[in-house]
Every structure is written in C-alpha cells, then in structure tokens.
Design a protein around this ligand. Sequence first.
Ligand code: PGA
Length: 253
Amino acid sequence: MARTPFVCGNWKMHETVPEAVALASEVRDGLGEAAGKVQVAVAPPFTALHAVGQALAGSRVELAAQDVHWEAKGAFTGEVSPGMLLDAGCAHCVVGHSERRHLFGETDEAVRRKVGALLGAGLRPIVCVGETLAEREGSRTLEVVERQVRQGLAGLSAEQLERVTVAYEPVWAIGTGKTATAAQAQEVHAAIRKILRELGGSAADRIRIQYGGSVKPENARELMSQPDVDGALVGGASLKAKDFLAIVKGALR
Ligand code: PGA
C-alpha cells in the first residue's frame, strides 16, 4: 500500500514572526519536484501561526500547531483551542511530544483528549510516542510505545484513525545528534502498525508513521526508505530551509 510520505518541521520555541514568515516562504518556494509527492507541513510557535498561515495560503505547505487544549473555550489561561488553531489556518497539530510529556507533565489521557478534540474540529493530530534511554536499555521500548499508542488513540473509529499521523520519536534521539538506525526505527514502526491494525483494521495501511529524532539530510533517505517509515518529524534541521528541503526530497520514492 503506497502511502504519501509526510514530513513536518517542528520549530519548537524558535523564530519571531518575521523570521518565521521568511523561513516558511523559503520552504514554500523550494519544494521543487517534491511538490504534490510529499505532504509537507511546518509547525511554528503559536505567535507566528497566523502570519505563517497567510504566507503559505494556496501553497503546498500546510500549517501545524505544536500543542492544543481540548476544551473549545473558557477560563483556561495560557491555553489555545482547536477552533483557534483552525481559525489561524492550521490543518495539523502535534500532540504528546516528549518535551510536553517530560517537561510539562502531559499524560496519555491528556493526549487522548487532545486527539479527540482536534478530530472533532476537523484538524489532523500528529501523535508522538517514544521511549526514553532508560526504557530502551531496560528492553521496555515496545511496551512503552504500545501503551502510548493504545491510550492516546483509545476510542477512535477506523475512520477517525485514518486522519491521525503517529510520530515515533525515541526520546534519546531528540536533539542529541543520535539517530535510531533504520533497522531500529523499522522495528518499532512495524510494531506500531500492528497495533494500529488491531485498532482500525485496514485503516492501518493508510496511517502515516513518521520517524523523529535527529533527522538530517544525511540520514533522512535511509530512514524513510524503510517500509513502515512514512516520513519524518524534524526539529533542529527544520530551522534551516535548505536542510529541511533536502529531507523533504529524501522522502521521494
Ligand atoms: P530533532 O527534534 O530533530 O531536533 O531531534 C525532533 C522533534 O523533537 O520532533
């Protein structure tokens, strides 16, 4: 089953509004042969979403947010709702990133609520899962990832599952320069696909599973050539248009 590869840049807490618009415009103008063959999105910080959305309007680059709250509105100081993301021009939203889980206490239950709220608003969640170094060294990788996938996606119909992207991001590979080998990535991606098949039957063949964690132009092609690696969630390397575009092109099959 051929899945369109999906590459998303996660800009984290980087870029002012003018910097973000300039970076997004460079990505928009540099897709070249990847346009229409690789699905591409960028996730700027909340402050730059609207301006970047305007710069990307009508282009092949989609807008993603980095987080969301599950309520539609109300007294939730500091939070942003799915409707607000939609209003700003977003099509996607990252959920359960390991930095949110480990630095800000995001739980699997919060991930589940956010996924439901995003789907309800017509947005597509990118649900991040991944083990820490201690968990990998304790041979608990598959157990941890399985729990995160099952709890984060609990209760979704096959139709809803198809709108979800899963991002496997081993925590020990994020921002460290250490990348999982293509074989290590494929092993976990295949395990995730198996769980998705249990949850959603044949929908699992259409769900994209991205790899994330120190993806660079040098390793992107090999990682994404694995049968169950359907793209990448890119942090550091997405802040340089040239590197990000090289990764996008590495997804061409
Ligand atoms: P990195 O980040 O590419 O800088 O390792 C990936 C991510 O956190 O999504």
